[in-house]
Design a protein. Structure first.
Length: 136
């Protein structure tokens, strides 16, 4: 993953945002992180940015426009549909998982309660995307 390209995080829970930022700092993520709190804000960010993010990390359960609704919208756009999306959620609902994969996500991760396991999961994410090539 190009370290100059940003990561877009859609997450409405401030504690989860702080946990993600903490893990990313400890793991030396070099990509700029942009945080929005729902799908509507995520779409607005994508409309206004000149440089598309290299990765979107997406929560499912958010107000206004949830993660599934956001995915439905970005998959309709020629430019946005190629951005890899990893769902990072507390949802164990099989319908959420099924819908997410049907909409072409790159991965579905359930947030661990334990911080060490969470950091390990973020480390795996960093390593995988560090080797992955971007479509643009």
């Amino acid at each position: 993953m190009d370290k100059t390209k940003s990561i877009l995080l859609l997450e409405d829970d401030t504690v989860d945002v702080m946990t993600i930022k903490r893990a990313m700092k400890q793991l030396h993520f070099e990509n700029p992180l942009h945080v929005v709190s729902n799908g509507e804000e995520g779409l607005e960010y994508l409309k206004l940015t000149k440089d598309l993010p290299s990765l979107i990390i997406l929560d499912i359960n958010m107000p206004k426009m949830n993660g599934i609704e956001f995915l439905e919208q970005i998959k309709k756009n020629e430019q946005w549909r190629i951005i890899p999306v990893v769902v990072l959620t507390t949802s164990l609902d099989q319908n959420d998982k099924w819908s997410s994969f049907q909409l072409g996500i790159a991965g579905y991760m359930v947030k661990p309660v334990d911080y060490e396991r969470f950091r390990d999961m973020m480390d795996t994410l960093k390593k995988y995307w560090g080797f992955s090539e971007s479509a643009y």
